[in-house]
Design a protein around this ligand. Structure first.
Ligand code: BT5
Length: 251
């Protein structure tokens, strides 16, 4: 089924806005939140002209080839650190159900298939003074994005490349939302943490996190990473830039 307003109207049972092209679904979702969107409302686009990654980076979403969506959520603020977890786990499960191939998570938010990034998550909290107005959870998944000839050709992958066949984006979105809703309804549960942790490929690897290099030894219930340095000291780190592997080539 082609991704369209009418196909989504049939498939989805939540408030949503579909766009053929937007700058960033996260930005549209933020505006809708300010305009009174309900918990669980969804923004979907067929193309993003200024899709955003973390830390001001770019996220590629060419037309007709990806899932680009943003969920508007109103969780308790204590659960904000778990939004990443919920999204990345739901994407993994959707891939294992629909493609089906194995999928894992590179801490904190990358979904990896065959060693390459197939999906990224961008959670953003919106505050009014010290009150949480809501959160926007952006999810991008490559379905048939062509990375040949691009700088991302070694590091990125599309689901159709892994599947070796055509996939239906409406089916993928429906499965992703079903998984997401099930996990979101138990966002504080140990079960969510355990399922997320079991998909995490980063544990026991040598990692570099800004100036810290060590072995990733574990994760906390909030999703922070524990890194053991060369002196055996354990450091706790929240979401940030993680490089898997040692910084120096001679180590
Ligand atoms: C992310 O950032 O992985 C978060 C991506 C979130 C995208 C969704 S799409 C819907 C919603 N609306 C938005 O505007 N954003 C969200 P980060 O970990 O910073 O990764 C960004 C880096 O991944 C870039 O610097 C590239 O190296 C690489 N990259 C860019 N586009 C990619 C793609 N389509 N597939 C794989 N890697 C990509």
């Amino acid at each position: 089924m082609t991704l369209s307003q009418s196909a989504l109207s049939q498939a989805l049972s939540r408030p949503f806005k579909y766009f053929d092209r937007v700058d960033s679904t996260n930005d549209v979702a933020k505006a809708w939140l300010a305009d009174g969107a309900l918990d669980g409302a969804l923004v979907i686009a067929n193309e993003q002209t200024r899709g955003r990654g973390r830390l001001g980076r770019e996220w590629r979403t060419p037309p007709d080839s990806a899932l680009a969506l943003s969920l508007i959520l109103k969780p308790d603020k204590s659960y904000l650190p778990r939004l990443n977890m919920t999204a990345a786990l739901s994407v993994c499960e959707m891939i294992m159900e629909c493609v089906p191939v194995d999928a894992g998570i590179k801490w904190p938010n990358d979904v990896i298939v065959q060693g390459r990034k197939v999906s990224g998550v961008l959670p953003e909290a919106i505050w009014e003074a010290d009150q949480l107005a809501g959160a926007v959870l952006g999810i991008g998944v490559n379905v048939r994005v062509d990375f040949s000839g691009s700088a991302l050709r070694e590091s990125a992958i599309s689901l159709e490349q892994a599947a070796g066949r055509r996939l239906d984006r409406v089916v993928l979105i429906t499965a992703l939302l079903r998984r997401f809703d099930a996990w979101y309804s138990q966002i504080g549960s140990p079960a969510l943490f355990d399922a997320w942790r079991s998909r995490l490929g980063t544990l026991n690897e040598v990692v570099t996190f800004h100036d810290l290099e060590g072995v990733a030894t574990g994760v906390t219930a909030e999703g922070a990473l524990l890194i053991r340095d060369a002196n055996g000291r354990i450091h706790k780190r929240g979401a940030g830039e993680l490089v898997v592997g040692a910084r120096h080539e001679d180590r």
